[in-house]
Ligand binder design. Structure first.
Ligand code: LLP
Length: 429
């Protein structure tokens, strides 16, 4: 990771900032986000889409990966779109002054209240998941004398998470309309008839943390084939296609993600060749990456407390956070690498289990992982925690959520204040 460096004192630098100094200044646990890297990747996606689709496309940031007002401001500044999946994410974006026309509203069970709110905001697109939603949205838009552009979420039947990705007849997913059963075609016909919504296109998302290109190519092909079939059956040629997110990132040395611009180029070749083969106009292409924008752009700093060696088993190094700020190990056994930030120049020859502070045996960050020989009071940096950590944090055990600091050109600023005990009881009556 080119954004990680070690200074003369042996301190870990991230985005040019001394992480040990950050821990001292802002306290721990602390989420640190590298703004320069976030902007660089947005820029890469923007340029790549521009180049691949002659300007007719837009990358959206999947805000579920990391959502606060500051990231919405940065995304706006970078000219990105935004994928929101709840009224809360939408509210955050609106509070940050994000232009609603560049927002797509996702979710498999949007409430009536959320749909009303999104109509009032004027979001650019609803990504409609099911017929109940289609009918409710059509009615609501009518009652409010409004109108909504929609994409239909389609299950392309590609499971990219299996060892060798497979094309199944119908994957067992709660999201979207199935192609094989005719459900998707029936939904398209209904959507085309609906009075207060305009069907502008389709959406699919095949999964997350994917390292192969092939499933993405196949998904693009399946979707364009469906657009061709829709045209043949109804005469309507859909003009927009959202191909979702899911590009894998590097959590450890073993992870070897494909450079994102390569994904983009390969996918665009499939899109172009399908369009010419099927005699379709090139649709406007959206993608919605989350993890690949913020994942490696974040790390978490902790203060090491007790170190407990259990003979012939393992050594627990306890930190002042854990599953409350990073639930990904307890949920998915996710891999992470850690570095003792104030001893970063030393060899990582101490194999430990990093334990959180919650009353839960499974509250671990990583097991049997190499770090530098450490002692209570040292600062531990866990890398690649920018995605799905802050956004999935909880107050279990009434642990306050950490602050989020953004670093730009080496200078830090607080983007989310640390929760206080008073915040914890603020809604208690
Ligand atoms: N679009 C849709 C419709 C999605 O469902 C997702 C992720 C994305 C885009 C963004 O995917 P990404 O580029 O971030 O892979 N909590 C899990 C990840 C859940 C992903 C859910 N959907 C984790 O911590 O790994």
């Amino acid at each position: 990771n080119e954004d990680l460096k070690i200074n003369q004192e042996g301190h870990l630098l991230f985005g040019g900032a001394d992480t040990v100094a950050l821990a001292k200044q802002y306290g721990t646990p602390l989420y640190v986000m590298n703004e320069n890297r976030i902007r660089k990747i947005c820029n890469m996606y923007k340029q790549s889409i521009e180049k691949c689709y002659h300007g007719n496309g837009l990358p959206l940031f999947a805000s579920k990966a990391f959502c606060c007002k500051e990231i919405c401001r940065i995304m706006n500044d970078e000219g990105m779109g935004l994928d929101v999946v709840s009224g809360g994410e939408l509210y955050t974006a609106m509070q940050a002054g994000f232009p609603p026309e560049r927002i797509q509203f996702h979710g498999n069970n949007k409430t009536t209240e959320e749909m009303k709110y999104a109509l009032t905001c004027g979001v650019g697109h609803f990504v409609v998941d099911n017929l109940t939603e289609l009918h409710t949205l059509d009615n609501l838009a009518g009652c409010m004398h409004g109108h909504a552009n929609i994409l239909l979420r389609i299950k392309p039947g590609i499971d990219a998470h299996t060892h060798k990705f497979i094309r199944t007849g119908q994957i067992d997913s709660k999201f979207g309309f199935a192609l094989e059963t005719g459900e998707a075609m029936a939904a398209v016909k209904e959507a085309l008839q609906a009075k207060n919504v305009t069907l502008t296109g389709l959406h699919c998302h095949i999964g997350s943390q994917i390292f192969e290109i092939q499933p993405f190519l196949l998904a693009a092909k399946v979707m364009l084939t469906f657009i061709r079939d829709i045209k043949a059956e109804t005469g309507a040629e859909l003009q927009e296609l959202n191909l979702g997110g899911g590009f894998g990132i590097k959590y450890t040395e073993q992870d070897q993600p494909v450079p994102y611009d390569q994904y983009m180029e390969q996918v665009s070749k499939t899109v172009h060749s399908c369009c010419s083969e099927y005699n379709l106009a090139l649709p406007k292409i959206y993608i919605e990456p989350g993890r690949s924008i913020v994942g490696e752009s974040g790390l978490t700093l902790y203060t090491i407390g007790a170190v407990k060696s259990i003979p012939n088993t393992r050594t627990y190094v306890s930190v002042d956070g854990g599953m409350t700020d990073n639930p990904r190990y307890i949920l998915y056994q996710s891999t992470y690498e850690a570095i003792v930030a104030n001893k970063a120049e030393k060899p990582r020859d101490y194999t430990v289990t990093i334990a959180g502070r919650c009353c839960e045996s499974g509250d671990l960050i990583q097991e049997h992982t190499p770090i530098q020989k450490c002692a209570p009071g040292d600062i531990l940096a866990v890398l690649s925690t920018g995605a799905y950590n802050y956004s999935m944090a909880s107050n279990y055990n009434r642990v306050p959520r950490p602050a989020v600091v953004f670093v730009k050109d080496g200078s830090p600023r607080v983007a989310v204040r640390r929760e206080s005990y008073a915040d914890l009881v603020q809604n208690d009556l």
